[in-house]
Design a protein around this ligand. Sequence first.
Ligand code: PLP
Length: 397
Amino acid sequence: MISEKMKTLAKNNSVIRAMFEEGNRLASIHGRENVYDFSLGNPNFPAPEAVREAIIDIAAESDPVGLHGYMSNIGYPDVRQAIANSLNSKYATSFDENNIIMTVGAAGGLNVVLKTLLNPGDEVIAISPYFVEYGNYVSNFDGKLVVAPSDITNFQPDPETLRAAVTPKTKAIIINSPNNPTGVIYSDETIKQLAVVLADKERELGTSIYIISDEPYRELAYDGAEVPFLTKYYKNTIICYSWSKSLSLPGERIGYIAIPSEIDDYQLVFDSAGIATRILGFVNAPSLMQRVVARCLEEKTDIGAYDANRKILYNGLVDFGFEPVFPQGAFYMWLKTPCEDKEFAAAAKKYNILIVPGASFACPGFVRLAYCVAKKTVEGALPGFKKLAAEYGLTTN
Ligand code: PLP
């Protein structure tokens, strides 16, 4: 018999994953081209050519035993130093290899950091709406997820709500910007206010409260929007980065944690996080991919295609009378629903449109559309959205 904890998890298995499976089922009935699947943040655009070249060159050039062998749990020192150099040149930081740990994507990084920081019962704050897996990750280490809702007029975190959510047991707050699911970038002003609240609370409570900055979408910012680099604003910041979205490599499972030397208990945190990678069973990040990303640090996926989808979808939905949030980053659109969000997602399925109810992100009344899909999927879905608008009596422009 499986564990009690796992029984609950299996029962509540991610709605998003279930939708993905539903997309496959509908595709087998209606044909893939007639299913408009906006359920999963799986980039539909290839990694830059430089990634393929790096894979081929590294495989050809390297001694295979060395290339595929175990290494230090925290990753290759030269790769970590190359990442530190790249961050230093972009953000005027002063990292070196002793601030970087290679991980298995952001999901691996978050689990490593939470394992490192949490005692049972410790609290981790998430700003809703938030990536649903945070709850599972925190529960892996018997922590408690505390939800601080964002301001639903603009989906920026609300400093005073955060202040009220902090307790003596608060160990960390997870910040995700550009945000999944809203596409909002947390502004410089917002981050400054959050930093003031957390610093006040640290002083008042005599505790360390870490920001865990979950950054898979850092590079996906439109119209030249700036994404605040959080270590500049708040001393106790740990970054979990991933190339899953920035280089379209989600299946390769590669990312890093940046742990600045200035954070409280830096050495203990860094050393323990290195041990956590091993104990959690990842042991080390994939060796070939470490070498590949080190050669592609200045590469980016072309966000032009996401940008085009963003505009087609947004303009279409607004024309039909919907109220979407115009995304500043990532590849998600957050849409206010004219009825209960689960009902709306079910209604959309009639037109073979798959979208995720906001309840899955602890924010009912909205749905999320992942528009990292082919342009023809976006265009093909618009007639269905038009019919939905008519069904719910929205006014078409
Ligand atoms: N954090 C957020 C906000 C995400 O949206 C995702 C993936 O969709 C992850 C973390 C996990 O990403 P990775 O593939 O890097 O583990």
